[in-house]
Design a protein around this ligand. Structure first.
Ligand code: ZN
Length: 320
């Protein structure tokens, strides 16, 4: 019964909203200059709640606590050329690099690739590959060693990076696929000639082969990827099956992927983690797991070397 009443109230409130006065607000854009650096702020000041009043009342009636309005408001009475006294301090924050693709996000990126290059909506095949072939394309690039799986993430290998660097821009662009797809549609409608299209493809390939310089500095794609430098003997560290190992046979230094210290914190020594540990001696995490509290916390994991063996400890020093 209570649910019925609420639904009836919702309908009534919607109807009242629809016929009530407009929501009016003043929008302010402020630009401030401090020591030659420009800052901007925007804010809305409500003049008349109008139909929103009814919405607010309705929401308040079904909830025990009133929702806090998250409208950003600026101090009233701002004037042009107004001056403010400011105090400032420098705080350090951590940024996160863009998240690597997972299979899902890569599939959707392939689907959308170059979509804004199409002039017409009538193209059936947009993006790279087809729904049926996209997953297989990803498997192929993994099988050929251009990309590696790291948990759910897909990470490009040095071989993959070398390949993409050596391919001319035009061939990498989803625009090329879009152009060809457009032509195929025109041919199917009888608006373009298939022989012309085939000839232009032949010309393209001939021109491409004769004008593309083979990149002499192409990195040796079979060369092992250097993860970092050994903190013990300064030799290169390579990625092995179960660890990141020192290339110097006399040296026993290694970072083992199965590591209890990381595991209990629900982390793993991934390739990017190993790189950070070797380069900076530490790695910052925002969400280390604590089995004691069942919560996560922020800290650095610091790499220390004792008798040629890696040890880890936590460092909370930089947390704010
Ligand atoms: Zn070493």
């Amino acid at each position: 019964m209570d649910t019925d009443r609420k639904i009836l109230c919702l309908i009534a409130s919607r109807l009242l909203s629809a016929v009530s006065s407009e929501y009016e607000y003043e929008h302010t854009d402020v630009s401030l200059s401090c020591k030659g650096i420009n800052f901007t702020a925007t804010g809305n000041a409500v003049v008349e709640y109008g139909y929103r009043d009814i919405e607010r009342n309705f929401r308040a009636s079904i909830k025990t606590e009133e929702e806090t309005e998250n409208e950003k408001s600026l101090p009233s009475g701002l004037k042009v050329e107004q001056e403010f006294a400011v105090t400032s301090k420098i705080v350090s924050h951590y940024t996160s690099p863009p998240k690597p693709y997972t299979e899902d996000t890569l599939l959707s990126a392939m689907e959308k690739a170059g979509n804004n290059e199409y002039d017409t909506d009538e193209v059936e095949r947009k993006g790279l590959g087809t729904p049926a072939t996209r997953a297989a394309i990803i498997e192929t690039i993994i099988k050929r060693g251009y990309v590696e799986r790291e948990k759910r993430s897909l990470i490009s290998t040095s071989k993959g990076q070398a390949l993409i660097q050596s391919i001319p821009e035009k061939l990498k662009s989803a625009k090329l696929t879009a152009e060809w797809e457009n032509k195929l549609v025109l041919i199917s409608k009888g608006k373009a000639d298939s022989t012309d299209f085939m000839n232009s493809i032949k010309d393209f390939v001939t021109d491409f082969i004769s004008n593309t310089e083979v990149n002499a500095q192409l990195p040796d794609i079979n060369k092992k990827e250097v993860i970092g430098v050994c903190p013990v003997c300064k030799s290169n560290i390579y990625k092995g099956k179960s660890n990141f190992y020192c290339s110097n046979k006399e040296c026993n230094f290694a970072l083992w992927k199965n590591n209890k210290f990381f595991e209990t914190k629900r982390k793993a020594i991934t390739k990017s983690a190993a790189k950070a540990l070797l380069e900076k001696g530490k790695i910052h995490y925002k969400d280390l797991y604590s089995p004691k509290t069942d919560k996560t916390y922020e800290a650095d994991i610091v790499l220390e070397v004792n008798n040629g063996t890696a040890f880890f400890r936590l460092d909370f020093a930089k947390n704010k």
